[in-house]
Ligand binder design. Structure first.
Ligand code: PMP
Length: 407
């Protein structure tokens, strides 16, 4: 089978400079196109000043660049109100923001917090720690025997005292694409807040925040061709307006009295201090690049590579592919090779210029439930093609022949 890359490798300086590299770790972070690098350097060459603060022309240019970036990223994610997009350092900070600011104001002793077995630590630990701090009940929705979220279990867990249901849109560890509408319906039956970790969906799907139904959605720019340290939280306006601020300082205030302070309007209330303008500008260039490719094409391309990789790897003796079937997964494949530790496997693959991720994928509660310490994960993006998969499968088969212990 031949699947051509959706985006030319020549658009990505790092890949163009490493023609032998098979980069299969885009779920961890993506490579950056030249247009993103140009947007960042162009910002510093033309527009750099501290936004929101100066009355001079250059500061206005920086403010304009920052705001224009917000508008285009909100549009890309299907949020019609750009002021409800709060720029953060990424998914982790966004989830900490809501778990801390909303959580401490709204979750009390005896309330319940529900997460899922699939969560990345970023959407697990902040809620677990909130529950411990306030004396709330912390529950985990388990997986069905098919390896998918058990919605019957979720319905049982979401009782009247449940204040929040936090879940990932797409699992970084197994690739599950979760049924957002069903989860939201279960949570909203009891008026619980829904918080969606979109780290692995914003880069790969048409998110459509306004119709997704969740109350809050977190994402990372570096996983969608943008710069590290960029990303955000999109949430419903009434939620953000009712929530206390997360960090205090410059820009987020309206009036500071000697004894009390009032808060700025959205989005500034949640963006204390000098913002990461280069991050926002770079991410806007990244979404422009993705829009040109078309998100439906991006998704179809990754699914095709994921399916091809699953089939080819499953055919290698002693390989076990984990997770739901490829048609219900995002563009990644997680697997084990009997008797070969994933860390050893990834080092052996590295010697063949194949970059994959090995480990617990920041999902230790999931690994425990699967009964494994670690897995190997190959994840695909717009610059990958079937030759990357072929190289991976050849190398895994060769490691198996050299190192797998006979029964
Ligand atoms: N959630 C998921 C599902 C992820 O894959 C990741 C990144 N591995 C994160 C959260 C954390 O993202 P970041 O490190 O960009 O904050």
């Amino acid at each position: 089978m031949s699947i051509k890359s959706l985006a030319p490798r020549s658009d990505f300086p790092l890949l163009a400079g490493n023609p032998k590299l098979h980069y299969l770790d885009s779920a961890a972070t993506t490579q950056k196109p030249q247009s993103v690098l140009d947007a960042i350097s162009g910002y510093y060459e033309r527009d750099n000043a501290n936004p929101h603060r100066g009355a001079y022309t250059l500061s206005a240019a920086a403010t304009e660049a920052y705001q224009t970036a917000r508008d285009s990223i909100a549009r890309f994610l299907g949020a019609s109100d750009p002021d409800t997009l709060i720029f953060t350092r990424g998914t982790t900070e966004s989830l900490n923001l809501i778990a801390t600011a909303w959580g401490h104001a709204n979750v009390k002793k005896g309330d319940r917090i529900v997460v899922t077995r699939l969560e990345h630590h970023a959407n697990f630990v902040p809620w677990q720690q909130l529950a411990l701090a306030v004396g709330a009940d912390f529950k985990i929705c388990e997986l069905s025997s098919e390896g998918e979220l058990d919605l019957t279990h979720l319905s049982e867990l979401v009782t009247k005292n449940t204040k929040v249901v936090a879940f990932g849109h797409v699992s970084n560890a197994l690739g599950n694409v979760n049924p957002v509408a069903d989860i939201v319906a279960i949570a909203h039956r009891v008026g619980a807040l829904t918080v969606c970790d979109g780290a692995q969906s914003a880069p790969h799907l048409n998110v459509g925040f306004d119709s997704l139904g969740v109350d809050a959605y977190a994402f990372s720019g570096h996983k969608m061709l943008g710069p590290m340290g960029s990303g955000g939280l999109i949430a419903k306006r009434d939620l953000l307006e009712a929530m206390p601020p997360y960090q205090m300082g410059g820009d987020m205030i309206s009036m500071v009295g000697d004894g009390a302070t009032t808060w700025n309007i959205l989005p500034h209330k949640f963006e204390a201090g000098t913002p990461n303008v280069e991050g926002a500008v770079g991410l806007a260039a990244a979404v422009a690049y993705l829009e040109k490719l078309g998100m439906d094409n991006v998704h179809a391309h990754e699914l095709a590579l994921g399916r091809y990789a699953s089939e080819c790897l499953a055919a290698v003796e002693d390989v076990t592919v984990l997770g739901p079937p490829p048609e219900r997964r995002g563009g990644l494949v997680t697997f084990t090779l009997r008797d070969v530790h994933p860390h050893d496997l990834s080092q052996l693959l590295d010697a063949e210029n194949i970059a994959v991720r090995a480990g617990h994928h920041c999902a230790q509660p999931l690994m425990r439930a699967l009964g494994v310490n670690a897995t190997t994960r190959a994840s695909f993006y717009v610059y990958n093609e079937s030759s990357d998969v072929d190289a991976l499968v050849r190398a895994v088969a060769s490691v198996r022949d050299r190192f797998a212990v006979a029964p």
